[in-house]
Ligand binder design. Structure first.
Ligand code: GLU
Length: 325
């Protein structure tokens, strides 16, 4: 899990620097990940990125997100899957020119082959993450003369795995692109500002008009516009708007009375997102290893506990029940 947020606003609409607004939204997503944090703000023809290892409060004290002004920004709070927690691996990730910035929640399972292809074409990578390929892929299609939305769609069509993305492209300073496949993503429709985030509480202080995106949907937000498409066909945005009557506290539990109940109901998602991030060969290797083992001892589950147990449950029901007993 990671927390992602994108905001695009009319000038002077937010009443405080956009960096500060993004930082506050990220604090409400910190339950999703907290090993590093970063923001990117479109500034004229370029993008300013501030990011680093550590919790939001620590990194903000070092890098002062709160002072960064602008009208369009993205942010990320990370729980690493590819590449250790470090300043370089913190999101947002950028292309070679620094004019495409990406935040991502999920796993791109074919990133290695894409990375090799892009390196052969001359791209220079700065991190160990799977996410960075997305910025370079978009750059590659822009170089080929694609318009930004087409470049974004062309990049998406190359990706396998689980993802929710928000992408800023400097040449379109009032627009943010997004896409969802398995990882959660919601849009918030505000007054003179629109939002896209991993979870509703991130922007609930600004708006309770929400669209919960479905798998395969992608599009863009501008301060006064939300555009969603699926398989090239526009989605009727008006029909999808829901009014949320939850308080921020209730929203973080998505209507469930307790976090435990919410997490129990999230099990199918935890299993499918885990499986989406594993390629078939890796999965077969794990299953064969388990099948051919005389004894399996689970000695520690530090990260992604639910997912780890889910995979083992799928592969070999009896192993987990033996363990549980
Ligand atoms: N795979 C990305 C990374 O490691 C995103 C992590 C996540 O969503 O947990 O940086």
């Amino acid at each position: 899990m990671c927390g992602i947020i994108g905001i695009t606003s009319l000038p002077n609409n937010l009443r405080e620097p956009i960096g500060k607004v993004v930082r506050r939204c990220l604090e409400r997503l910190e339950y999703r990940g907290y090993d590093s944090v970063g923001i990117a703000v479109i500034k004229g023809n370029s993008i300013e990125v501030r990011k680093g290892k550590g919790k939001i409060v620590e990194v903000n004290a070092r890098l002062n997100f709160d002072e960064v002004s602008g009208t369009t920004a993205i942010g990320h709070t990370r729980w690493a899957t590819h590449g250790k927690p470090s300043d370089e691996n913190a999101h947002p990730h950028t292309d070679c020119t620094g004019s495409v910035a990406v935040v991502h929640n999920g796993i791109i399972s074919n990133f290695l082959e894409l990375k090799e292809e892009l390196i052969r074409k001359g791209h220079v990578f700065k991190s160990e993450t799977d996410t960075e390929v997305v910025a370079h892929l978009i750059e590659e299609y822009l170089r080929l003369g694609y318009k930004p939305f087409d470049a974004f769609k062309a990049a998406l069509s190359r990706l396998k795995g689980a993802y929710a993305f928000v992408v800023a492209i400097a040449q379109e300073p009032n627009r943010l692109y997004f896409a969802r496949n398995t990882s959660p993503l919601v849009i918030g429709i505000g007054n003179g500002a629109n939002f896209v985030a991993s979870d509703i509480p991130a922007f609930l202080e600004f708006t309770n008009m929400v669209i919960v995106l479905r798998d395969g949907e992608y599009g863009y937000i501008e301060p006064g516009k939300v555009y969603i498409e699926k398989d090239g066909v526009p989605v009727n945005v008006e029909e999808r708007i829901r009014l949320i009557s939850w308080t921020p506290e209730m929203a973080s539990k998505e209507g469930y009375p307790h976090f435990m109940l919410k997490e129990i109901h999230e099990q199918p998602f935890a299993i499918s997102s885990t499986l989406a991030g594993i390629n078939e060969r890796e999965f077969d290797n794990v299953v064969n290893l388990l099948l051919n083992s005389r004894r399996v001892l689970i000695i520690g589950l530090v990260r992604h506990t639910t997912q780890a147990l889910s995979v083992i449950t799928c592969s070999r029901q009896c192993l987990v029940s033996t363990y549980m007993r």
